[in-house]
Design a binder for this molecule. Structure first.
Ligand code: NI
Length: 172
């Protein structure tokens, strides 16, 4: 296992469309996943997509509120070859950050509710209907697989700010 270097905005790999993973259970997928999990833990992020560690493959990992817990626990999800379908037209705005855009925060519109599907690390297909923060994280991470950063989803660039100035927006 090793901690991987994160690509930052401007690196061409972040603008590329990533390739499908042929075998979610292959050794190479497992090693990549192990390294991504270790990297995300080290950097204390909410989510990570393979292109952010310079691998152009359709794989993301992210934390979301644990459905089985009534505390504020977060559980780690692994999502391979994801597909997202918006449910309804409701759009929410909330602040996002990204390990590839360090130090900044932006107010980003996202679908409130989505269905997403894909494979887990055992190669099992699954689908889920989620909303709120869970839906936002999935949309953010999966955008990376199509070469899109959250900044490109923003409709008002005056809402792109440094984390250290968040206090002026009544949000810490
Ligand atoms: Ni990101």
């Amino acid at each position: 296992m090793s901690i991987l270097k994160i690509a930052k905005m401007g690196h061409p790999i972040l603008r590329k469309k990533s390739q499908e993973i042929v075998d979610p259970r292959s050794d190479s997928t497992k090693y990549l996943l192990d390294d991504m999990i270790e990297t995300l833990e080290d950097i204390q992020g909410l989510g990570l997509a393979a292109p952010q560690v310079h691998v152009s493959k359709r794989l993301v990992i992210f934390y979301s509120p644990d459905e089985k817990s009534n505390h504020n626990d977060m559980s780690l999800s692994i999502l391979i070859n994801p597909i997202i379908e918006p449910l309804g037209s409701e759009i929410d705005y909330d602040w996002e950050g990204c390990l590839s855009v360090p130090g900044l925060r932006g107010l980003v519109p996202r679908y409130n509710k989505i269905r997403y599907s894909g494979f887990n690390q055992e190669g099992e297909f699954f689908d889920k209907v989620v909303d709120g923060l869970h839906a936002r994280v999935v949309q953010h991470e999966c955008d990376h697989l199509d070469g899109i950063l959250y900044v490109q989803r923003m409709d008002k660039l005056e809402n792109l700010i440094f984390e250290s100035e968040m206090k002026f927006f009544g949000n810490t």
